[in-house]
Design a protein. Structure first.
Length: 478
């Protein structure tokens, strides 16, 4: 249906994926569905026999998305609002499912028309261009972001690109005489690095614990430990990305986590999805240089990480046990990589200490939840009523780890390894203080979401760690 020129001149057609939002709704639905049921992608895939539109609808049904927290592009929103303020009409025209498009439009209240993919029509590329040409003539302005939108810009009166590279801008300039470029693309390197959480690689220093405990200080063991450190880092980063993809909804509802690269849209969800297998393969290739036994440890680590991200993190207490186990696996990996046999004392100490740290992490989340007036944690199996028990678990497990360390240091064969073993008792005292302080800080709501960040940024914590390291070195060298 053709409209008169006074109407068609005032139509602003807006794309959804990559334009109105910094993301892609099919990926949003995919990860939302997987967060609810890891089998969801396989269930949705059955609808492919009926075509892409059927797949989009099935994913939208299996993976509901909270459209109120999506990473909308503020510059695009401002363009739409300014257009409407001048009396112009607007339309949301997207390849995403019609049901999702309606939800976005209802939330924003900025569109006079909404056109999306229906079970009998995939509204993308030429199909989208044909629809707009039929409804709006050739005097509409179209906001888009990808090569699929080139067909639309060929028939539009004016073009607006979102986040386009210089090369893509030139391509659009060549097919439309009236082009405006907004929201220049951000270099992806920093969001990628931030999403990989390189600061979390500090946990991988645990692979060197068997070397330190066994006093096996040689160039070979250090190099083996370094390779193990890198392998764990790459695979762990794949796990962090996977966890963030599954937690897109809860993270966007969180006061601080909503600024994470994937949740905020600074790192596109499709790119984040592609990075998971790349990092995973790279980590296993590095692990292969240390032998198949270490590859097995790395594979086990990732399997547990994936199980945690998919469903174990929603199981109270089990989630804390798994987090503690992931720390301990790093120590086991260090022993396998270097061929050093692990003492039962080291394993017992690590399990209790890291259970305490994992409980502190949950404690911090529960205190934040209580202070923000929420009753239950999004995507978790805890409520504010669990706060006292979580605090007790963190404290008791931390104190037991100190007890295990004291018994370990009192063993005759261990004392014989050190020239000044009496200094190691100072480590016990400081660790007792450090655990107590961490629980206190968390209970006051002053703990970072990740206790590791607190450990390496809090001044008191850093002083304790440095003194404990100095005492350990002094016990060996004096």
């Amino acid at each position: 249906m053709m409209r008169d020129s006074s109407t068609t001149d005032r139509i602003l057609a807006v794309d959804l994926d990559g334009s109105l939002i910094r993301g892609d709704m099919i990926y949003e639905c995919l990860w939302s569905a997987m967060a609810l049921d890891w089998k969801a992608p396989f269930i949705a895939a059955r609808s492919l026999s009926r075509g892409i539109p059927a797949l989009k609808r099935r994913l939208a049904e299996l993976g509901p998305v909270d459209v109120t927290t999506l990473p909308y592009d503020p510059e695009v929103i401002a363009r739409i609002e300014a257009w409407r303020a001048e009396g112009g009409r607007t339309a949301l025209v997207t390849a995403s499912d019609q049901m999702l498009a309606d939800q976005v439009a209802d939330h924003l209240g900025l569109f006079d028309e909404v056109h999306g993919t229906t079970p009998d029509r995939n509204l993308k590329g030429e199909a989208k261009a044909a629809l707009m040409a039929e409804r709006f003539g050739d005097h509409f302005t179209y906001i888009g972001d990808s090569t699929a939108d080139l067909a639309c810009w060929k028939v539009s009166g004016a073009a607006i690109t979102v986040g386009a590279t210089a090369k893509f801008r030139a391509q659009v300039d060549g097919i439309n005489a009236d082009v405006t470029h907004i929201s220049p693309p951000e270099a992806p390197l920093w969001p990628i690095l931030k999403a990989m959480r390189p600061h979390q690689w500090l946990k991988n220093l645990l692979v060197f614990m068997p070397i330190i405990a066994d006093h096996s200080f040689s160039a070979l063991t250090f190099f083996q430990g370094l390779l193990a450190f890198i392998a764990f880092g790459l695979v762990a980063s794949a796990g962090y990305l996977l966890n963030d993809l599954l937690d897109l909804g809860p993270d966007r509802a969180h006061a601080r986590k909503r600024f994470r690269p994937l949740a905020s849209g600074r790192l596109p969800v499709p790119l984040g999805t592609a990075m998971v297998p790349v990092l995973l393969i790279a980590g296993h290739l590095v692990a292969l240089t240390l032998g198949w036994a270490f590859v097995g440890v790395i594979a086990l680590y990732f399997c547990i990480t994936m199980s945690y991200s998919l469903f174990l993190k929603r199981k109270p207490i089990i989630d804390i046990c798994v987090l503690a186990g992931l720390y301990t696996i790093r120590i086991i990996g260090g022993g396998v990589a270097t061929g050093i046999d692990l003492s039962i004392w080291i394993l017992a100490f690590s399990i209790f200490l890291f259970f305490s740290l994992a409980a502190v992490k949950r404690l911090a989340e529960l205190v934040h939840m209580r202070d923000s007036g929420r009753v239950a944690a999004a995507g978790r199996g805890y409520s504010v009523e669990d706060l006292p028990l979580t605090m007790q678990m963190a404290t008791a497990s931390g104190f037991v780890s100190v007890l295990v360390l004291a018994l370990y240091l009192n063993a005759p064969d261990i004392q014989a390894r050190y020239s000044a073993p009496v200094l190691l008792w100072g480590v016990c005292v400081l660790l007792l203080y450090w655990v107590s302080k961490a629980v206190l800080v968390a209970s006051r709501g002053e703990m970072h979401d990740d206790p590791l960040v607190y450990a390496v940024t809090n001044r008191t914590s850093l002083i304790c760690i440095l003194i404990m390291a100095a005492l350990g070195a002094g016990a060996m060298l004096l």
